[in-house]
Ligand binder design. Structure first.
Ligand SMILES: *[C@@H]1O[C@H](CO)[C@@H](O)[C@H](O)[C@H]1NC(C)=O
Ligand SMILES: *[C@@H]1O[C@H](CO)[C@@H](O)[C@H](O)[C@H]1NC(C)=O
Ligand SMILES: *[C@@H]1O[C@H](CO)[C@@H](O)[C@H](O)[C@H]1NC(C)=O
Ligand SMILES: *[C@@H]1O[C@H](CO)[C@@H](O)[C@H](O)[C@H]1NC(C)=O
Ligand SMILES: *[C@@H]1O[C@H](CO)[C@@H](O)[C@H](O)[C@H]1NC(C)=O
Ligand SMILES: *[C@@H]1O[C@H](CO)[C@@H](O)[C@H](O)[C@H]1NC(C)=O
Ligand SMILES: *[C@@H]1O[C@H](CO)[C@@H](O)[C@H](O)[C@H]1NC(C)=O
Length: 792
């Protein structure tokens, strides 16, 4: 029995990088802490991945394991090769975990504990090391597991102790591979072990974690470092020397997998290369062979790390005394924004296409607000490929996705928010290879054609939407199906989706569609009940006028305006059939959601002063939960009331108290990097109003920050004058853009495309800067005519 491929130890390269690292100051790479958000519901995947990579190698715990791992004391049952990050649904992926033993009791293979529940082992406290592209942990077995990746291949190095913990044994390493995934959804699987080469291959059918249908995934594992002596499969708790096994049904009913045993390795190390594919085992093997032709762990690790250094290098920060905590949480937020969506190009069995295929848009309801706008700034090439991929999904599935993972349709939470992603990219001039003609048809399809099951794509209630101008509480759109809840939240999201479509219609010169969708974007007003009051614990808040549900016949229904506030009253405010009229947030929250026409909203709510009072109350009463993405835009709405200083004040209210560098330093699920992207954009002082060419100016949390545009090669710098790292001078007194006085409190994307310097002079109290009607961002909705005069 031989070694399939050999390890080389390039100690030389190791010493060089160590020396360089010591000679220089901390780089952005050094600030990234992938462990932020790995407890208390952050669900962050902290393992090794490339930017948008398909392979994501990480440990899997029994416990809070949506992202595989948790920074608590939960036991680890394996290391698997694909994950999603930060998601709220059930755990995702985690297919075909591998697990090492130093030996089995009495050197008898059947004394090893095969099932994931019996073998799970606690970690050695303090043994975790995590950097972009690399993760290491030591279990109580004293085996250290390190991992790194290429695009489709996970690469592990097990370092074994001299003396096994197993009774009466000498070091005889065993590695097993399970036919299983994190949520135990396997329904059919098989595995083959090759007695000549030691290669283990297999495949199985699994279910997506927040969607419908299933998918088949394939792997190809090769081992090196020692000669193997024996191998086979296991089924139940028994090992056999059979060379293949086929199982039906769930893992819990019939645990099965493969195993391989080695001589004690001279170096104490065994490396495992696991290629992944959604096409075939052959492709899984060829991915691995192409990407990691030699078993050299360190050089693969250094390459992965270099990819991240390059990715992060488009941002430059001059901290000006900003704390280590802020630097760490900032760079980690940037990093987490580049984990998903994942590039599965060449790995899509569902259709043949020359277009790129990205997966794990998980979910666009979370990501449209800040992840995609941030990628447009930092990595327009990847964002362009993602938009092309969305349009190709429309081509082949008939609709844009609202959520998609593991080649399956995910669940729709509100509107058809891929519309916002497309229009945001359109307005920011992403063009290369994007078929905007088909993109536009995709938007119109969302707006006009109701799909048979609108829980999986598109919109429901379109008949009512077109006829009545809102989603009625008693809507029934036979013959199609979907969850008949969220009439308020769907109404405001559909209205904003239509607003975005109108902007693109105007851009392509289709004025008929422009007028039509602009009119529909005003539909939010049909659910505004001017005399609705609101109390908290029987105390009148004093605010009057909220969105309320409404029947088809126009009669008002009722939902307490504070209901579905996560911190106050929250029951069944998710996608369940007994859900309510607002999704994951209250009528208070949704009343603020008119991103395209804030001027009309402010007028409707009684003008600037009462709007500001209401917004203050919303932030300070517990009504707003910043751990849900809908909270993000609410931090910056003061800009529309001519009070940009209050937005700046709010940014410091939430950062670092809710977003910081601790392992629990994210207030909610990271949702594929949504929380990270909020933090990154907010700390750079350029939070976007997604779907519009608008960035709200607030002072960066650093003395200076620059972004190098990857399309034009131009650098845009935002510089604080009188910067105060303790966050007291947060009020802009005056600004200069490329040397000229600048009074608008917002920027367009042209600043980042063209480059230049925005200089902000700060002070400790609010000023007149950015307060005039002509200083605030545009409100291009259908009401009134002031917008016509002020059109940009
Ligand atoms: C990994 O995939 C990215 C595209 O997502 C590509 O740009 C890069 O070259 C690939 N890396 C390697 C080593 O193939
Ligand atoms: C170890 O070996 C001794 C002597 O052969 C035996 O009595 C004992 O049961 C073994 N321990 C285990 C855990 O198998
Ligand atoms: C593996 O086996 C081959 C031949 O059987 C032998 O030449 C080689 O030295 C062995 N390698 C190790 C690491 O023991
Ligand atoms: C609120 O207005 C509705 C009509 O818009 C009216 O029927 C209702 O009586 C009013 N409620 C109160 C408390 O004034
Ligand atoms: C409108 O419809 C609702 C629900 O069916 C009903 O309770 C209400 O009485 C109706 N109002 C009128 C004015 O018919
Ligand atoms: C860090 O953020 C978490 C999550 O939002 C919060 O619970 C915690 O209090 C914050 N810690 C500090 C020191 O601000
Ligand atoms: C996008 O292109 C249009 C038309 O060429 C131009 O007017 C606009 O300024 C560009 N926007 C950006 C952000 O570059």
């Amino acid at each position: 029995m031989g070694i399939l491929w050999r390890t080389i130890l390039p100690l030389f390269a190791y010493f060089i990088t160590q020396t360089i690292a010591q000679a220089q100051q901390k780089t952005p790479f050094d600030y990234v802490d992938p462990l932020i958000g790995t407890t208390n519901g952050g669900h962050v995947f902290p393992g090794a991945t490339l930017p948008f990579g398909m392979a994501k190698a990480g440990p899997d715990v029994i416990g809070e394991n949506q992202g595989g791992f948790a920074s608590d004391n939960s036991p680890i049952y394996g290391f698997s090769h694909m994950h999603d990050s930060g998601t709220g649904g059930s755990p995702s992926l985690g297919n075909f975990p591998i697990f090492p033993f130093t030996s089995c009791d009495n050197n008898n293979i059947n004394n090893c504990r095969f099932s994931k529940y019996s073998r799970a082992t606690r970690r050695v406290p303090g043994s975790v090391k995590a950097h972009p592209g690399y993760f290491a942990i030591t279990l109580e077995s004293q085996i250290q597991t390190e991992m790194t990746v290429t695009n489709h291949t996970a690469f592990y190095r097990f370092t074994f102790p001299e003396k096994p913990v197993e009774a009466n044994s000498t070091l005889r390493p065993v590695v097993i591979v399970d036919l299983d995934d994190l949520p135990n959804t396997r329904s059919d699987g098989n595995i083959q072990v090759n007695a000549q080469t030691g290669r283990i291959t297999g495949n199985a059918v699994f279910s997506p974690s927040f969607g419908s249908g299933n998918y088949r995934s394939y792997f190809c594992a090769d081992f090196a470092g020692a000669n193997f002596t024996n191998l086979g499969i296991y089924s139940g708790s028994r090992a056999r020397s059979d060379l293949s096994v086929n199982v039906k049904g769930r893992y819990n009913a019939n645990p099965a997998g493969g195993w391989i045993q080695f001589n004690a390795p001279a170096s104490k190390e065994i490396v495992v290369r696991v290629g992944m594919s959604f096409i075939s085992e052959v492709q899984a093997c060829s991915n691995a062979e192409k990407e990691i032709p030699q078993g050299d762990f360190l050089s693969i690790r250094l390459r992965a790390e270099q990819v991240w250094r390059d990715k992060l290098s488009v941002i430059e920060v001059k901290p000006g005394g900003a704390s280590e905590d802020l630097m760490t949480s900032f760079w980690s937020g940037v990093y987490r924004s580049m984990i998903s969506p994942q590039d599965y190009t060449g790995e899509n069995p569902l259709w043949t296409s020359d277009e790129p295929y990205y997966d794990s848009f998980y979910c666009i309801w979370d990501s449209f607000r800040s992840i995609h706008p941030l990628l447009t700034l930092l990595d327009p090439h990847s964002q362009t490929l993602m938009v092309r991929s969305l349009i190709d999904i429309y081509r082949h599935e008939g609709k844009l996705p609202d959520c998609r993972m593991s080649l399956c349709k995910g669940f729709t939470q509100g509107g058809s928010n891929a519309d916002v992603v497309l229009v945001d990219a359109y307005l920011k001039n992403l063009t290369t290879g994007i078929d905007w003609r088909t993109g536009y048809l995709a938007l119109i399809s969302d707006a006009e054609i109701e799909p048979p099951n609108w829980d999986l794509e598109g919109r429901g209630g379109l008949d009512s939407w077109k006829r009545t101008g809102y989603i009625p509480l008693d809507d029934d759109d036979d013959p199609n199906t979907g969850t008949h809840t969220r009439s308020i939240s769907r109404t405001v999201e559909y209205a904003y989706n239509d607003f975005c479509i109108a902007q693109m219609a105007k851009g392509i010169g289709n004025m008929g569609d422009y007028t039509k969708y602009l009119q529909r974007s005003g539909n939010w007003r049909n659910l505004y009940k001017p005399n609705q009051t609101s109390s908290i614990y029987a105390q009148d808040t004093g605010f009057v006028g909220f969105l309320q549900p409404r029947y088809k016949n126009g009669t008002w229904g009722y939902q307490d305006p504070i209901f579905c506030s996560p911190l106050l009253e929250f029951t069944s405010c998710y996608l369940n059939p007994e859900g309510h009229e607002t999704y994951e947030g209250s009528a208070w929250l949704y009343t603020f959601f008119v991103p395209g026409d804030m001027e009309t909203l402010i007028r409707t709510l009684g003008g600037r002063d009462s709007f500001v009072k209401r917004l203050d109350f919303f932030h300070e009463s517990g009504l707003l939960y910043i751990g849900d993405e809908q909270g993000f835009l609410k931090v910056f709405l003061y800009h529309y009331a001519g009070r940009p200083g209050l937005s700046a004040l709010r940014t410091h209210f939430y950062i670092p108290s809710q977003f910081n560098s601790t392992v629990s330093g994210i207030p909610g699920n990271d949702d594929s990097g949504a929380m990270g992207s909020f933090q990154a954009l907010t700390m750079m002082g350029i939070f976007p109003n997604a779907g519009q060419d608008v960035y709200f100016i607030t002072p960066p949390f650093f003395e200076e920050v620059s972004i190098l545009n990857q399309q034009t090669g131009r650098k845009a710098t935002i510089r604080n004058v009188n910067f105060d790292p303790t966050g007291k001078n947060v009020f802009i007194q005056s600004a200069r853009l490329n040397g000229k006085e600048y009074n608008k409190n917002w920027l367009t994307h042209s600043f980042f495309m063209g480059g230049g310097v925005l200089e902000l002079v700060l002070g400790s109290s609010e000023s007149k800067w950015g307060t005039r009607t002509e200083d605030v961002p545009p409100s291009l909705g259908p009401f009134g005519d002031r917008k016509v005069r002020r059109r940009m």
